[in-house]
Design a protein around this ligand. Structure first.
Ligand code: AMP
Length: 220
């Protein structure tokens, strides 16, 4: 099962991806996480990506497409993947089509998680992330039991790009460049809209039934 998670920053793609991994054993390929990992290791690519991430704009297509192509060639993704944060514009969507068709694969499902932009600003500016396990909390909607600390014991921090100015820019970039992909994928019949404004459990119930339906369509 090869899945794309489409949706604005803060829609809950990472949270849903975690649950998909647990339930279906898929491998998550999250380009934002890959850039943050490269940055924490201070690789040249990570340092280059930081310039774009800090302002909330997109890292150049050739950089991210090369990274994804290499990652999707890995043996561990042969059984299925969840793309989280890629593609983010038409050029990347076409690159993904090419990468998959060259390796005899195809997408099975595109989940479009829909959330109102003002809700997203509140979610993102209050978000805290665990440095160790990547778990997500929210200062108001889902605070940790111990202030500043994840249930795994790791330290919670605020992502550099979760300040209000950068968040608004990220949402604008999403609206202008990524949202048009909904029309790119809709005609394929593989796109399913999910109301992401509800609790993670409620959202996952719909996500899982979309995956189950796509799975049985593939078998039939
Ligand atoms: P995310 O963790 O998905 O919110 O991504 C954080 C930042 O990483 C974005 O604001 C971009 O600067 C960069 N990024 C992640 N994925 C992509 C992508 N597919 N294309 C370009 N830039 C990306």
């Amino acid at each position: 099962m090869n899945v794309v998670l489409l949706g604005p920053p803060g829609a809950g793609k990472g949270t849903q991806a975690e649950r998909l991994i647990e339930k279906y054993g898929l491998v998550q390929v999250a380009t934002g996480d890959m850039f943050r990992a490269a940055l924490s290791q201070r690789t040249p690519m990570g340092l280059e990506a930081k310039k774009y991430m800090d302002s909330g704009s997109l890292v150049p297509d050739e950089v991210v497409e090369g990274l994804v192509e290499e990652r999707l060639a890995g043996d561990d993704v042969a059984g299925g993947f969840i793309l989280d944060g890629f593609p983010r514009n038409a050029h990347q969507a076409e690159a993904l089509d090419r990468i998959l068709s060259e390796s005899g694969r195809a997408l099975d499902l595109v989940l479009n998680i829909v959330v109102d932009p003002e809700v997203l600003v509140k979610r993102l500016t209050g978000r805290r992330v665990c440095r160790d396990c990547g778990g997500n909390y929210h200062m108001v909607f889902g605070p940790p039991e111990v202030e500043g600390q994840c249930s795994c014991g790791g330290e919670l921090y605020q992502r550099d790009d979760d300040n209000e100015e950068t968040v608004r820019n990220r949402l604008e970039v999403y609206r202008d460049q990524t949202q048009p992909l909904i029309d790119f994928y809709r005609p394929s019949g593989k796109l399913v809209d999910i109301d992401g404004s509800r609790s993670p459990d409620e959202v996952f119930a719909d996500v899982a039934s979309a995956v189950d339906r796509a799975g049985s369509a593939g078998v039939a």
